[in-house]
Ligand binder design. Structure first.
Ligand code: THG
Length: 371
């Protein structure tokens, strides 16, 4: 490629931006209109740290949508087909969000901070506009905004040691997706046990963007004895683990999917008394049954590079689905990927075909997760 991305002031900077540049960030992507580090120049070392040590990630681009007011809970429930009854203060939930056609438009982590304050930690689409309009049009008594909150993730098998050294041994008792508000000296945080990998860890939600470098440096200093180093959500590990990335796996504008196709069926409550966006469409989708399902794939041949767009998947001359993401897993010694295929093609189906820039590959359907 003989072009570079033009960068203007329309793309936002994370509070950790200066620190990540100083510490050698090599590539950025853009997520929620904000730079997000992609790599620090040594992908193998970064992968290895995530699997065997501990990594720190600038994930400030996982922006929060705050719902604040007496109807915050009612709005949260109206936004998602998942039943939120029984959600406790201090608890997080993974909440698929659909449009009126029953297509996914985001898949955030919801946090209940109090009875009248919720955060949605969003994937890469403009959920604040959506939530704000729905709240207004329904006459709900709730303010919707993007607060000054910027997550920094600590991920990997040694993440608990680092986080305990930073904040105390109580962090060891935090349950998955649960969180607590805490001060680190003068730095206001929410600490959650969560993160976009299956290697375990925590997210520090910084509540004062002026303290980004201070927090980055504290984590770096306390993590040093454990070998901490900078990293970013890792596409290879995420694919091995089967974690979904809205924008890559699906997107409303380009490759819309229903929650049933993505395997979220059990999460939804279509029979409960509460109403929510997309209820009629989702009920119709459920009654029709799915024609496509999410699957893993294996590709034959030499190691593949990542793809830039979804790729059509063929059985002979017939298009039978699409592949959303591919990568070479060195750990598994395989080319892996995820996508949607015709629901009547079972795991183990082989002889499908994907056309890559360097030629065709034979595809076999596999179960998720890979590892
Ligand atoms: N943390 C925070 N915000 C985020 C993400 C995150 N925003 C963007 C993106 N990630 C949102 N999407 C996801 C997708 C998957 C998970 C979390 C957020 C996830 N899934 C587990 C799984 O699939 O095994 C558990 C889901 C469940 O509860 O069953 O963790 O990572 N702050």
């Amino acid at each position: 490629m003989n072009f570079r991305l033009h960068i203007g002031p329309n793309i936002r900077k994370s509070p950790y931006f200066d620190a990540t540049v100083r510490d050698g960030v090599a590539t950025f992507s853009v997520y929620n209109h904000m730079y997000i580090p992609g790599s620090y120049g040594d992908p193998e070392a970064e992968y290895d740290r995530l699997l065997n040590g501990v990594a720190m990630w600038d994930v400030a681009a996982q922006r929060q949508v705050e719902l604040h007011g007496p109807d915050a809970g009612a709005l949260a429930q109206y936004l998602t087909p998942r039943n939120l009854d029984g959600t406790k203060i201090g608890q997080g939930r993974y909440v698929p969000i659909c449009d009126y056609d029953g297509h996914l438009i985001n898949d955030p982590v919801l946090q209940k901070l109090s009875d009248d304050r919720y955060w949605l930690s969003i994937a890469d689409s403009d959920l604040m506009l959506w939530a704000k309009a729905i709240a207004h049009e329904r006459g709900l008594n709730v303010a919707v905004c993007e607060p000054d909150v910027s997550p920094l993730a600590i991920q990997g098998p040694k993440a608990e040691e680092v986080t305990a050294a930073l904040l105390g041994d109580w962090v060891r008792d935090l349950k998955y997706f649960w969180f607590r508000e805490v001060m680190l000296d003068d730095i206001p945080l929410v600490l959650a046990r969560s993160g976009w990998s299956k290697q375990g860890g925590f997210e520090l939600y910084l509540r004062d963007g002026s303290k980004g470098t201070a927090l980055w440096d504290r984590v770096k200093e306390v993590g040093a004895p454990f070998g901490i180093g900078p990293g970013a959500p890792n596409d290879i590990e995420r694919l091995e683990s089967g974690l979904i990335s809205y924008g890559a796996d699906m997107r409303q504008q380009t490759h819309p999917v229903t929650p049933f196709e993505m395997g979220f069926g059990k999460m939804l409550d279509l029979n409960g008394p509460h109403d929510f966006v997309g209820k009629a469409a989702l009920t119709a989708h459920r009654d029709t049954g799915i024609t496509r399902r999410r699957t893993g794939i294996l590709l034959d041949g030499p190691p593949v590079a990542g793809n830039e767009h979804p790729l059509p998947l063929f059985q002979g001359d017939t298009e039978v689905g699409f592949v959303a993401e591919i990568a070479h897993s060195k750990r598994l010694g395989k080319n892996i990927g995820v996508g949607l295929v015709s629901a009547d093609l079972p795991t183990g189906t082989t002889g499908l075909c994907l056309h890559l820039p360097d030629g065709p590959r034979t595809i076999t359907l596999a179960d998720l997760p890979f590892a």
